[in-house]
Design a protein around this ligand. Structure first.
Ligand code: IVH
Length: 715
C-alpha cells in the first residue's frame, strides 16, 4: 500500500451549508481548491493518489454544495471548472478536438430520481413521457481518447486537464483491445473509453515487480495509469492493459441515434464494450440495475466504482448539453463508502482563529474505504452529549466517552464522522466527557453565547492558538499569499517569538535582515532562501484593498464580503474612517453599511466591533503603516449581457426555460422571474402577457427569442 494522507479539515466542514457564514464558506472553498488540486496532481499526474476516491468525491461534493449556496464566492480556480490535472512532462501534448469531461456523482436512489426529474424539467417533458437511459459499470481506470482517421489509429491521448492531454499513441498501440485499423468509411472517429487492469493481471504484475525489486502498485488503477504513461512503450507492452469503449469525441458521421446504438456500433467496429451495458426505462429500472451490478462487483475480475447512467437519445443529449465540466445528460451512481469500528482513545480540543473550541476524536487507526483514519470530528459539546443542532437527541441520545467503541464512516461527508457508539462494549470506568470551560491553549474563559452551538475562547490576541491561526489566515492564498511564508513557517516564527501579529512580518527584515544569522541558523534557511523571503514580503507591501480587509480575519468577513466592502468604500482611508465613527444599529454610517447588497447586521456589527476594539485596532494600524494599499477599481465585464438582469416570458420555441436560463447565466446575466425597474431586457415569446405590459410601462427593452439569440451570438 502507498502511504495515505490524513487530511486536516477546516473545522466548519461538517456544518450544513445553510448554516455556514460567508467567511467560513470562503475559507472552505479556498481550502477545497488547494486540496482537490493537490489530489488531482497526485492522482492524474503522479499516479500516486494520497486520498481515497470516496474522500475525493466528498471533497468535490462539498465544494459544489458550498458554491451552490454561495455562488458569489466561487473561485477563479474553482475545482468545479477543472477536470483532471496538469499533464506530466515528457509526453507531447494533445489538444482534444472535443473536451474530455467528467461526471457528476449520485450517492443514493433519491439522487437518481432527482436526476430524472431535473432532465424532464430541463427538456419540458411530462412525468409520464417515455425517457430511456443506458446503465453501465463505471470502470475504475483512466480515460483514453483514440483518434482514427480513415480507419487508422493516428493518435491516443490521456484526459490531462480535459482540454489538453498527453500523447500516448505508441503506448496505446500495445493494448490488444485497441484496434490499429477499423473497417468502415468513417473519416474521423474519436473513441473514448477506460484503460484498466484486471485483478489477476494486477496481482501478477506486482509479483513480478516485487521479484525484480521494482515498485509495486497500490491498486489496479494506479498500475494501469503507471503502465500507460511509460515513456518507453516497450514497458507498456509488457503490462497487460485492457480497454472498454463507452463514449466518443469528434465524429465525421454520427454512429447512431442513441447511446445504446452507438455502443453497439463501436462493438461492430471492433472495440470491446462492457457486457453489462443495458437500457432502462426510468429511475426504478436504473436503481434495480445498480443493485444487480453491485452484486456482481466482487466477481467481475476488475474494479468498478459505481454505475453510469446516460440519456439514451442523442438528440436529447445534445439539447441537455454541459455544465462547466460535466454533461447534464449523465451521472455516476457511486458505490457507498465503508464503515468501521474502532476505539476512541482521546478527545482533543482545537482552538480556531475566532476562538472556537472544536473537539476532535483521536482514534485507534482503522482502515475505512482504503484510507487509514485516526481522527474524526466531534463537532461540538452537544454532539458529544448526544444532541443534534436542533436540540433533538441523536444516536438515540447515546453520549460518546473516551474508551468507547465507535463506528466511523466517511460516506457523503468530507471529515470522518462517528456514526454510532457501542454501549455494550463501553468500559465500566468510562465517564461522561467534561467539555472544558477554559481555553486549553491560554486558560482564558471559554464561553458559549446563547443560541451558539460553539464555545469560544475569550482570550483574543493573548491566546496563542488564535494568534497563530490569525497569522496563518493572514498569509493564506486569498489574503497576503506570501511565497515561502506558509502555515509551517508562521508556526515556527511565532514559536520563536519573531512574529506575533501581521505587522511583525513586515519588520522581519529590519529586525533580522542584517547578517540574517538567526534565520540562517534555522534548518532549511540559507542566504538565498532568506533573501527570497524578504523579497516576497516586500512584494506584498503593495496590496489591494479587498485582500487587506479579508486578511484581517474579521469574523463573518470572507473573500466575498471583503470585496463587497472594498468596492463600496474604495479606499482604506474611507473604510477605516467609516468603521471608526460608526455606531452599531444606528446612524448614517450604519445605514449606509447595511444598505450594501450582501452586508447584514451580523457582518456589520462584527466589522465595527473589531475596528473599534483597542488592541485589535492598534495591531491593524501597525500593519497598515507598513503597506501601500491600492484603491478598489470598478469590475470589468465582457459578454454583451454580463451583469444585465433579464426576464423570460411567454413561450420559448427554440429551448426550454431552464435551457434559456442556464445559457443566460453562463454569459453572466442575472435571470429574474419578475419585471421591475431593475430589469434590463425582457425576452418575450408568443403569449407574453402582464410581464410584457409592465415592461412597456417601465420602458424596459423588450425583444423576441430570435433577437435574444442574435444578441448572445447563438442565432
Ligand atoms: S462517460 C462525458 N462512462 O469516469 C462523459 N465514464 O468520473 C464521459 N468512467 O472521466 C464519461 N466508466 O474516465 C463514462 N462507463 C463510463 C465510465 C466512465 C468510467 C470514467 C471516465 C470519466 C470518469 C468520470
Amino acid at each position: 500500500m502507498n502511504t495515505k494522507q490524513q487530511i486536516v479539515y477546516p473545522k466548519t466542514m461538517d456544518t450544513p451549508v445553510e448554516q455556514l457564514s460567508a467567511e467560513d464558506a470562503a475559507i472552505e472553498l479556498r481550502w477545497l481548491a488547494a486540496e482537490i488540486g493537490k489530489a488531482n496532481i497526485a492522482y492524474h499526474r503522479d499516479d500516486a493518489p494520497d486520498i481515497s476516491d470516496a474522500e475525493y468525491d466528498t471533497l468535490k461534493r462539498r465544494n459544489a454544495s458550498v458554491e451552490a449556496a454561495f455562488p458569489a464566492l466561487k473561485r477563479a480556480d474553482s475545482p468545479t471548472d477543472q477536470v483532471g490535472a496538469v499533464v506530466a512532462d515528457g509526453f507531447g501534448k494533445v489538444r482534444h478536438a472535443v473536451r474530455m469531461l467528467s461526471l457528476s456523482n449520485a450517492f443514493d436512489d433519491d439522487d437518481i430520481v432527482d436526476f430524472d426529474a431535473r432532465i424532464r424539467r430541463y427538456l419540458g417533458l411530462a412525468d409520464d413521457a417515455p425517457l430511456q437511459y443506458t446503465a453501465e459499470p463505471k470502470i475504475d481506470g483512466l480515460s483514453l481518447s483514440l483518434r482514427y482517421e480513415n480507419g487508422v489509429l493516428m493518435q491516443a491521448a490521456t484526459r490531462g486537464d480535459g482540454a489538453v492531454g498527453e500523447n500516448v499513441t505508441a503506448n496505446a498501440k500495445t493494448i490488444s483491445d485497441v484496434p490499429e485499423t477499423l473497417h468502415g468509411e468513417l473519416d474521423i472517429l474519436e473513441v473514448r473509453g477506460e484503460v484498466y487492469m484486471s485483478h489477476d493481471d494486477f496481482a501478477d504484475l506486482n509479483k513480478r515487480q516485487e521479484a525484480a525489486g521494482g515498485k509495486t502498485f497500490a491498486n489496479p488503477r494506479n498500475a494501469a495509469a503507471g503502465s500507460l504513461r511509460q515513456l518507453d512503450a516497450s514497458i507498456t507492452k509488457s503490462r497487460p492493459l485492457r480497454f472498454f469503449a463507452y463514449a466518443w469525441g469528434q465524429l465525421s458521421v454520427p454512429l447512431a441515434d442513441t447511446q445504446s446504438g452507438s455502443i453497439q456500433r463501436l462493438a461492430e467496429l471492433g472495440f470491446t464494450t462492457n457486457e453489462l451495458t443495458a437500457t432502462c426505462a426510468g429511475p426504478a429500472e436504473m436503481v434495480a440495475r445498480y443493485g444487480m451490478i453491485e452484486k456482481r462487483r466482487a466477481t467481475l475480475g476488475y474494479d468498478i466504482d459505481g454505475v453510469v447512467y446516460k440519456v439514451d437519445d442523442l438528440d436529447l443529449q445534445r439539447r441537455l448539453g454541459f455544465r462547466s465540466t460535466t454533461p447534464r445528460w449523465a451521472i455516476a451512481h457511486k458505490f457507498p463508502a465503508e464503515l468501521a469500528w474502532t476505539t476512541l482513545d482521546a478527545i482533543d480540543i482545537q482552538v480556531g482563529r475566532t476562538g472556537a473550541l472544536s473537539p476532535v476524536a483521536r482514534l485507534t487507526p482503522v482502515t475505512v474505504g482504503g484510507v487509514v483514519v485516526s481522527n474524526a470530528t466531534l463537532h461540538n459539546e452537544d454532539y458529544i452529549v448526544g444532541l443534534g443542532g436542533d436540540g433533538q437527541p441523536i444516536r438515540e441520545g447515546r453520549d460518546i466517552r473516551i474508551g468507547d467503541w465507535v463506528q466511523v464512516y466517511r460516506a457523503g461527508d468530507v471529515i470522518p464522522k462517528i456514526k454510532d457508539v457501542d454501549l455494550k462494549r463501553r468500559p465500566l470506568d468510562a465517564k461522561p466527557y467534561q467539555f472544558p470551560d477554559t481555553c486549553p491553549q491560554c486558560g482564558s474563559d471559554a464561553v458559549r453565547e446563547e443560541g451558539d452551538a460553539v464555545r469560544r475562547c475569550t482570550g483574543g490576541l493573548i491566546c496563542p492558538a488564535q494568534a497563530v491561526e490569525k497569522l496563518k489566515h493572514f498569509v493564506s492564498r486569498a489574503a497576503f499569499d506570501i511565497e515561502g511564508l506558509g502555515a509551517k513557517q508562521v508556526e515556527q516564527f511565532y514559536a520563536d517569538g519573531w512574529i506575533e501579529t501581521p505587522a511583525d512580518i513586515f519588520t522581519l527584515k529590519e529586525r533580522f535582515g542584517v547578517g540574517m544569522q538567526q534565520l540562517k541558523n534555522r534548518e532549511g534557511w540559507g542566504d538565498k532562501s532568506a533573501n527570497n523571503l524578504f523579497d516576497a514580503i516586500d512584494n506584498k507591501r503593495k496590496i489591494s484593498l479587498h485582500r487587506l480587509i479579508f486578511s484581517l480575519g474579521i469574523r463573518h468577513v470572507g473573500e466575498s464580503a471583503a470585496t463587497t466592502l472594498a468596492n463600496h468604500y474604495t479606499s482604506w482611508v474611507a473604510f477605516e474612517d467609516a468603521m471608526t465613527n460608526a455606531e452599531i444599529g444606528e446612524g448614517d454610517i450604519w445605514d449606509d453599511l447595511i444598505g450594501i447588497d450582501g452586508v447584514g447586521a451580523i457582518l456589520a456589527t462584527s466589522v465595527i466591533t473589531t475596528m473599534q476594539q483597542d488592541a485589535e485596532r492598534a495591531s491593524i494600524d501597525r500593519l497598515v503603516a507598513q503597506l501601500d494599499v491600492q484603491d478598489a477599481e470598478a469590475v470589468a465585464t465582457d459578454s454583451p449581457v454580463a451583469g444585465k438582469t433579464v426576464v423570460f416570458t411567454g413561450t420559448l420555441e427554440k429551448m426550454t426555460r431552464a435551457e434559456a436560463k442556464a445559457r443566460a447565466e453562463s454569459l453572466g446575466a442575472k435571470v429574474s422571474g419578475s419585471v421591475s425597474a431593475k430589469t434590463d431586457i425582457l425576452i418575450a415569446g408568443p403569449g407574453a402577457g402582464s410581464k410584457a405590459t409592465k415592461a412597456a410601462s417601465l420602458g424596459v427593452e423588450t425583444i423576441d427569442e430570435d433577437a435574444w439569440l442574435a444578441l448572445i451570438g447563438d442565432a
